[in-house]
Design a protein around this ligand. Structure first.
Ligand code: ZN
Length: 191
């Protein structure tokens, strides 16, 4: 699925534990996006396209380098060091990361029909390649529905909890968005 979908999926997972603070929420959210870092090779490929040694990092590494258990363990260690609620956040980071793999498995078929098999046990065992025959395309309607639902959840959470994913980019934008949301959809005050 697209990084946008992964981002909001991670945000939903991060908010499943209301006790998590801002830093831990960010760790859980980005754990759902970070596997796609292995797709950044596309930039190097584009830059070297007309050179005498064009690279093929996208084809060689996307869905391989960071879509696996080895990378999940690196992220888990990183989280255990950085998180305030180490145990809970590391668990949610692993969940968030694996939901990314699951989402790709079910809904990330390429336009050319490429299934992007997931070598889940890398770097321990290279032979295991996960695919699902029912996989739908990256731009198929279920992905739009899932993304819309996840964004809706982010809105509901922002209204109720007074913070949104914008907190990871700008506190001011975050506060403004929550205020705008509550003006449009006021919270019921009990009498
Ligand atoms: Zn992915």
């Amino acid at each position: 699925m697209s990084p946008i979908t992964h981002f909001f999926m991670g945000w939903a997972v991060a908010n499943s534990a209301p006790s998590l603070g801002k830093r831990d929420r960010a760790l859980v959210t980005w754990a759902s996006v970070v596997p796609d870092l292995d797709g950044l090779g596309i930039i190097a490929d584009r830059l070297t396209r007309n050179s005498s040694h064009p690279l093929n990092w996208w084809g060689d590494y996307h869905h391989i380098l960071a879509h696996n258990l080895g990378f999940a363990l690196i992220i888990a260690v990183f989280t255990a060091i950085l998180a305030k609620q180490s145990f809970k956040t590391t668990f949610l980071v692993l969940l968030s990361f694996h939901l990314h793999l699951l989402a790709d498995l079910v809904g990330a078929r390429g336009p050319d029909g490429e299934q992007w098999p997931i070598p889940y046990l890398m770097p321990f065992m290279k032979e295991v390649q996960l695919t699902w025959s029912g996989q739908w395309a990256l731009n198929a309607w279920p992905n739009f529905v899932i993304t819309a639902v996840l964004i809706g959840i982010a809105f509901i959470l922002a209204r109720g909890r007074s913070f949104s994913p914008l907190e990871m980019f700008s506190s001011k934008a975050d506060a403004n968005s929550v205020r705008a949301l509550r003006t449009r959809f006021p919270l019921k005050t009990s009498t």
